[in-house]
Design a protein around this ligand. Structure first.
Ligand code: 5GP
Ligand code: MG
Length: 182
């Protein structure tokens, strides 16, 4: 039987955690802040696929200044010839030199993804780079990262919905759900 507010994806059960209303409210607040901070700067938003697509769509509707948006992927793999993790940025066509960049992320967990992306983008000499994330797991940030725009800080639970997936499923959900420990 289905319990209201509960879903099953693959082998795991999830319960509702952040309703759509609160997610839209977070975008509204961030959108107002960013619009004020970037007046006359024509920022270029770079949204990280796949997870940030829904947040990016709702946030953009709250931006009331001239701006551009583009989408990219960050793929991370173990280099066979070194011990380090290699991060590749895919799909960035824009010349970001002298542009004001705002990275849009769904969730910052360890911070590896945005940190590596920042290192990569800095070499292209933008005028500025800031990070906007819908969700932040504050206990997990393992890098000296300044996340300027945070929709909501959450504890260290695995969450899905509103763009975030569990092995491919759940991106279409309107609300954010957290896993129920079994
Ligand atoms: P980080 O590099 O900061 O550790 O993690 C960033 C990426 O890991 C996020 O963009 C997201 O794709 C994935 N991730 C981290 N935590 C979660 C979570 O709780 N749920 C889901 N679905 N993805 C997560
Ligand atoms: Mg992501």
């Amino acid at each position: 039987m289905n319990t209201p507010g509960r879903i099953t994806l693959h082998d795991k059960s999830f319960e509702i955690n952040i309703p759509e209303r609160q997610l839209l409210q977070a975008s509204e607040i961030l959108g107002a802040r960013i619009s004020a901070d970037y007046k006359d700067k024509k920022p270029l938003f770079l949204a990280i696929l796949n997870g940030a697509f829904m947040f990016a769509a709702d946030l953009m509707k709250e931006i009331n200044i001239p701006c551009e948006i583009s989408f990219l992927r960050v793929s991370s793999y173990q280099d066979m010839y070194s011990t380090g993790q290699v991060t590749e940025v895919i799909g960035l066509k824009e010349d970001i030199r002298n542009r004001h960049i705002i990275i849009l992320e769904d969730i910052v967990d360890t911070g590896h993804t945005v940190y590596a992306l920042l290192q990569n983008l800095i070499t292209k000499e933008p005028a500025s780079i800031k990070i906007a994330t819908l969700l932040l797991k504050p206990d997990c940030v393992q890098h000296p990262l300044q996340v300027k725009y945070i929709g909501k800080s959450i504890p260290n639970d695995f969450v899905v919905g509103y763009g975030l997936d569990y092995n491919g499923l759940g991106r279409n959900l309107r609300d954010i759900y957290k896993v129920i420990a079994d």
